[in-house]
Design a protein around this ligand. Structure first.
Ligand code: NOJ
Length: 556
């Protein structure tokens, strides 16, 4: 299947469906729900990690890449999942966490036991002469990026949690091991990989201090370095590169359009597409995630436009998304799920799905799940959230302020169990789930949504449109009205002068839209919309949009 026709659904296994009554989702639970996903129309599932892990970062701290953690099932369950998905025309994409391993991984344990072969798998360094840490770098989860290597005088680098030790990709043995892991899963019938934080694998061999811990300059010391492209090419050639249909996506932290093009332009033989995150930082105060200002709409449009235009010009390819397991729910962030659940969800989905790239649906967004607004810190489990809870306390923030920020920004916002029905624990589990179910499950759940809701059906339609509409798949992208404070507007167009105009209203109050001149006096038909705008556009100069209304008009 061509990349431009695919729609990928992300499952966070621990929160999807429990089948063995331990309060944690598992692989048999996913199998049970495959028909639901087929009905939605997606053709690939990205599974967040299910490998053995101490679960300090919910499985992104892998202690064995070649097994299934018993909490999620066993290898038979996995084989069965591949087969059952395939009979429904759904492929699997696995998450490969190769920047770091858990400190419980055999390689790290052997290193700790003194084996020099495995010590060279990690970044081990001595303190500086003045007794300070090897560099002043900050972990992305807060605190220093170095921790003591057992009882020794050495320290190991961890860009994430201190239980996630960064792998030394300069060591060819490390790269060879990682290639073998990829091949192992390919043999099992997997058709795609998502590579976790792939653009930070290329730290320089000589590590130096940055001007300011946690600064942009610091990130530049280990992000998107030229060697990363070499290693990805090597990985591609050694593994998935032979299969034209194979789908790969690199998660790229703080990347740039030029790097994005290099990673994904087919001539480069690296990856199919990348996730970039700049558009999800538009509600950060002065670049600080742990803050809760209203989102900057003009900036959101500017960034999406920059990536759409730039990647298109350089023949790169974007992964399109607003939600994943690390992000608060987009409807809570950019809309009003309480008063306009359908309008918000469908408007955001349409805006994203009709861009140039491959769209991702994160579990639960197709029924309008929103942030749970937990009131107590004990209800949050995420390691990053807890680290920043303490950091904000140390900074002297009030408890109310801290909780308001956590309610807006915690990664657990998107990790609450899928709300399947109105039964106890929302049908997710027969026992108390590992994290609380959001309170609104009686109003928002799959069963009711399928019977009488409109969000799931809207997702079905836009997914189906991508599969059948060439403009959505391949049309050239052009952004319009970038300074308009209410509407996001863009065109997808083809050489034969067909145009798809997508207009999304991001706010509540009814609002007049002034049609760009190139479209006035032309006729168009509505491809899809979530509001009252008429099915035929007759060339009017203005249109009135309702709350969170979105429309796509086809000019032929
Ligand atoms: C990105 C993953 O999406 C996130 O969940 C994880 O914490 C970090 N990478 C570290 O693996």
């Amino acid at each position: 299947m061509d990349l431009s026709q695919r729609v990928i659904y992300q499952i966070y296994p621990r929160s999807f469906q429990d089948s063995n009554k331990d309060g944690i989702g598992d692989l048999p639970g996913i199998i049970k729900r495959l028909d639901y996903l087929k009905e939605l129309g997606i053709d690939m599932i990205w599974l967040s990690p299910f490998y053995p892990s101490p679960q300090n970062d919910n499985g992104y701290d892998v202690s064995n890449y070649l097994e299934i953690d018993p909490m999620f099932g066993n290898m038979n369950d996995f084989d069965c999942l591949v087969a059952e998905a395939q009979t429904r025309g759904i492929d699997l994409m696995l998450d490969m966490v190769f920047n770091h391993t858990s400190i419980e991984h055999e390689w790290f344990r052997k290193a700790l036991a003194g084996d020099p072969k495995y010590q060279d798998f990690y970044y081990l360094r001595s303190l500086k002469e003045d007794g300070s840490l090897p560099t002043n770098w900050e972990s992305k989860f807060g605190g220093p990026a170095w921790a003591q290597f057992g009882e020794t005088d050495l320290y190991y680098l961890h860009l994430y949690d201190k239980t996630q030790a960064d792998l030394n990709w300069y060591n060819p043995r490390v790269r060879k091991e990682l290639h073998e892991i990829v091949k192992f899963w390919m043999k099992k019938g997997v058709k795609g990989f998502r590579f976790d934080v792939l653009n930070v694998i290329g730290k320089s061999e000589v590590l130096i201090d940055s001007p300011e811990p946690g600064s942009k300059e610091e990130k530049a010391l280990y992000t998107d370095t030229p060697i990363v492209h070499e290693w990805i090419k090597e990985l591609n050639q050694a593994t998935f590169g032979q299969d034209q249909d194979f789908v790969t996506v690199g998660e790229m932290s703080s990347t740039s359009v030029p790097s994005g093009i290099l990673y994904t332009n087919p001539c480069q033989n690296q990856l199919s597409m990348i996730f970039s995150f700049h558009h999800l930082k538009v509600d950060y105060e002065n670049g600080e995630k742990w803050s809760n200002p209203p989102f900057d709409f003009i900036e959101l449009k500017r960034i999406l436009n920059e990536w759409q235009q730039g990647m298109s010009d350089g023949n790169g390819w974007n992964a399109l998304f607003l939600n994943n397991h690390d992000q608060p729910r987009a409807n809570s962030r950019f809309g009003d799920p309480e008063n306009y659940p359908f309008e918000t969800a469908s408007m955001l989905a349409q805006t994203i799905h009709f861009l140039r790239g491959t769209p991702y649906v994160y579990q639960g967004e197709e029924i309008g799940m929103s942030n749970p607004n937990f009131e107590s810190i004990e209800q949050y489990h995420d390691v990053e959230t807890h680290n920043y809870y303490h950091i904000m306390k140390e900074k002297g923030y009030t408890k109310n302020k801290i909780m308001a920020i956590i309610q807006a920004k915690s990664r657990d916002n998107s990790r609450t169990p899928i709300q399947w029905d109105r039964s106890q624990n929302a049908g997710f589990s027969k026992v108390e789930p590992w994290i609380n179910v959001a309170d609104n499950y009686l109003q928002v759940n799959v069963e009711d949504e399928l019977k009488k809701g409109k969000i799931f059906r809207y997702y079905q339609k836009i997914i189906e449109l991508r599969k059948n509409n060439e403009l959505i798949q391949k049309g050239h992208y052009r952004g319009l009205m970038l300074d308009d404070p209410n509407f996001m507007v863009y065109v997808r167009e083809s050489k034969n002068s067909k145009k798809l105009l997508v207009v999304s209203h991001f706010y509540e109050a009814d609002c007049e839209f002034r049609m760009p001149e190139e479209f006035t006096h032309c006729k168009a038909t509505k491809l899809i919309g979530n509001g009252k705008l008429s099915n035929i556009y007759e060339g009017q100069e203005t249109l009135i949009f309702g709350p969170y209304e979105t429309v796509a008009y086809l000019f032929e």
